[in-house]
Design a binder for this molecule. Structure first.
Ligand code: SF4
Ligand code: SF4
Length: 451
């Protein structure tokens, strides 16, 4: 029987329109906008000034603290602007604009074609855990499943915690998204090598790659590759259920342990890393390549050329959408990420970032919100909540601004998966109010801690 997590969960339509689409490399853009806050934690600090020339892969901004990450130039060129730029969500952030001339562009294309390993297999085998973490840190690698938590932080457990198992998140449970699936089918050897490097960096002797059963070809392929390469790596097929890609849900599904409320996943002995992160680690160690590109699923029912596109980080979203055929005329909503946890885009003239896993364009008819009806106290939201919360209650208390009670109802445990809103027969905007509650209570807790 296939494993899955125990509490809650839902089964949204999968809509994996691009499941059989190969990864298409997007031509290097002539201009990129690199943002300094592409990760959870402190923004990186700019290392450049206007007029500087950078090569592809050079440092643009250095990590601004322990929980932070370096950011690098994804093309060669000249720094033409250092200013604020609005993200796709409409938030102004500090950025550097790099503009390539013909010479820069030509040199980048030649360098990509002639890419050679930086380290031999023997040199890689000689690297110890500390050296690997330093390479991962230097390369600015963050969780590529969307959370963008700096990878080196997860590989440095707090004192008193011991890592026992590495869990690779290859679940991709969000509807529509297929970028991880495509990467598994096209780069299985590199992924297995990346998993081995992460195991060594984390000091563990066991790894589990969790993949949902709707990606049977990826399960078969990686099972064969892992069996041939390393008996310590197990590929585990999981029952399809959303939100299995949530860190806590995946730990429960794969090793049957529950992360205690308020604790970090390492409390169970597990370190969770995304499958694309494992690939990025391989590239950083083997080729000395920082995190400067990623695979993005650009999709939607009316998109002309939906696909999995490998693009330079910092490429303008509009440019990337144009490669997929442009914004369809019937589009009612554009979402960054998938439809369950993704956020609504307010402008497409915005840079892509390390966490841009997908761009979803939904037709008007699928984007409209149904009329909100009164709560009928059916408790479906309670049954669906994977965190064991009472969504109807937290949502109502948030709407009324009763923040103490919102905190007591454990709003901070909400992982914003959207199962409650999805399942509600009265189409109540439960998650909207829970997000409001989380933001407000989070601020209250921080203020309390600073006193
Ligand atoms: S309350 Fe939070 S964790 Fe629970 S179902 Fe709703 S969004 Fe998910
Ligand atoms: S699912 Fe909707 S209608 Fe049912 S209890 Fe929750 S909020 Fe009320």
């Amino acid at each position: 029987m296939l494993h899955t997590f125990r509490k809650g969960g839902v089964h949204p339509p999968e809509s994996k329109l691009t499941a059989s689409e190969k990864i298409v490399p997007v031509e290097l853009p002539r201009e990129v906008v690199i943002t300094f806050a592409q990760h959870i934690g402190a923004p990186a600090k700019c290392e450049l000034k206007k007029g500087d020339h950078v090569n592809r892969g050079d440092l643009v901004a250095a990590a601004g603290g322990f929980v932070s990450a370096n950011v690098h130039a994804s093309i060669s060129g000249t720094v033409t602007k250092i200013d604020k730029y609005k993200t796709a969500l409409g938030i102004p952030v500090d950025t550097v604009t790099i503009t390539a001339d013909e010479e820069d562009h030509k040199r980048d294309i030649e360098a990509i074609a002639a890419l050679k390993p930086l380290r031999s297999d023997e040199e890689i085998a000689a690297l110890d855990s500390k050296a690997l973490v330093a390479i991962i840190d230097g390369a600015g690698i963050v969780g590529l499943g969307g959370a963008t938590f700096p990878t080196k932080v997860k590989l440095s457990p707090p004192p008193g915690s011991t890592a026992e198992v590495l869990i690779i998140n290859a679940v991709e449970c969000e509807p529509y998204l297929t970028n991880d699936h495509a990467l598994m089918l096209e780069c299985p050897d590199e992924i297995i090598a990346g998993v081995q490097l992460l195991m060594k960096a984390a000091g563990v002797e066991r790894a589990i790659i969790g993949i949902e059963a709707n990606k049977g070809n990826a399960i078969d392929l990686l099972t064969a590759k892992a069996a041939a390469a390393d008996s310590r790596i197990e590929v585990m097929g999981l029952k399809v259920k959303y939100p299995q890609g949530g860190e806590k849900q995946l730990i429960d599904a794969t090793i049957g342990k529950e992360v205690p409320s308020g604790a970090l996943p390492i409390a169970t002995g597990a370190i969770v890393q995304n499958v694309a992160t494992a690939y990025a680690v391989y590239e950083a160690v083997k080729f000395g390549k920082p995190l400067i590109e990623r695979v993005v699923t650009v999709t939607g029912p009316s998109v002309a050329k939906p696909g999995n596109y490998r693009a330079a980080i910092g490429i303008n979203m509009k440019e990337l959408i144009d490669v997929a055929g442009g914004v369809p005329a019937d589009t009612g909503k554009i979402i960054l990420g998938g439809p369950m946890m993704g956020k609504s885009v307010v402008q497409i003239d915005a840079p892509t970032v390390k966490g841009t896993s997908g761009i979803l364009m939904l037709p008007e008819k699928e984007a409209v919100r149904n009329k909100v009806e009164p709560c009928i106290r059916c408790a479906s939201c309670v049954s669906a909540c994977p965190m064991g919360l009472e969504p109807y209650l937290i949502s109502t208390l948030s709407r009324l601004g009763r923040w103490e009670e919102v905190e007591e109802a454990k709003v901070m445990n909400c992982i914003e998966c959207g199962c409650c809103s999805f399942i509600c027969p009265s189409t109540r905007p439960i998650l909207d109010f829970i997000r409001l509650g989380k933001t407000t209570v989070g601020g209250i807790i921080r203020a309390r801690q600073q006193k």
